[in-house]
Design a protein around this ligand. Sequence first.
Ligand code: CAA
Ligand code: NAD
Length: 295
Amino acid sequence: MSDIRKVGVLGGGLMGSGIAQVSAAAGFPTVVREVSEQLCAKSRQSIEKSLAKSVERGKTTEAEREAALKNLRFVTALDDLSDSDLFIEAVVEDLEVKNKVWAELNGIAKTEAIFASNTSSLTIIAMAAASGRPDRMLGLHFFNPVPAMKLVEVVRTITTSEETERRAFQFVQALGKEPIRAKDSSGFVVNLLLIPYMLDAINALESNVASVEDIDKGMQLGAGHPMGPFTLLDFVGLDTAYKISEIMFTEYRDKRYAPPPLLKRMVLAGMLGKKSGKGFYDYSVNPPRVSSLGL
Ligand code: CAA
Ligand code: NAD
């Protein structure tokens, strides 16, 4: 049984919206904080759409959908989250931005509240000092799309108390997710293995090993992956994938994590994947077709 009563989610993008949805659906009153009214509305719409789809598929009842929506609030003022027992941060993958959020939150949060980061590649210890509560800080790393992916990595850093880890673990179980324990090293378990794989696919494309479609098809049909690496990169967001690889490369100084030049060029061109309508694939047409990448 989780002793968490109320949840605050920072950031209502791809991940924050998914996390807020599963939290609200599991019965936790959940407040999402975004930086503008427009982004609050966007987050609400994406959750409404996802829940409607789940009802359509018969996975969620109409009553469960309504109850989940009743548990959700979208705000721009940080003060509106002050009574949360657990804060889950899902803002952009940038240490400075995240640490600014933690410092502000520490000023308004209850003493016993837990701070959890959904970071993909930063270490938790790099945020523990700014949080002002290093013993109540940990990583809770969810996977995209959050409503569909069962795993959450629970990351205890050297300052995290046992009590904090236990409370967070119970919360993850109350969401109906499967927690695993991971060490506080950049990329934890899954991204340590998954990021080099996705970057290798871009390197293979730049080396003319095969086309985008054939590399995707190869990994789907030859290795049983649910989606190929380019579809997955578009799904994760190329801006996020780029930031993750920069952070992991800086941490490990290992070329396996180095962002390929093509990834950087695409981000500079505003090709961020599904969320911007264009990445390795162009989503303005149905079915999506491969983008022209000037290779
Ligand atoms: N939002 C919410 N739920 C979604 C969804 C979405 N965008 N897309 C699919 N789902 C759900 C469906 O509702 C369905 O749920 P049920 O089984 O309960 O009915 C389930 O996912 C399967 O959906 P579909 O049958 O329509 O689609 P699919 O079989 O093609 O699977 C997928 C879709 C689950 C996304 C699958 O393609 C997949 O697993 N892809 C790989 C995803 C992955 O690797 N994610 C990790 C990314 S890396 C990361 O997250 C870490 C990081 O730090 C970057
Ligand atoms: P995103 O770009 O979709 O969303 C980030 C959101 O944070 C934006 O909507 C932005 O307006 C908001 N934001 C920025 N500063 C804020 C602040 N001070 N307060 C509140 N909101 C703020 O990014 P995302 O894909 O949701 O990623 C969020 C985090 O989750 C990152 O740390 C990322 O590495 C991690 N993550 C991403 C994935 C993925 O597949 N995309 C998977 C797991 C973890």
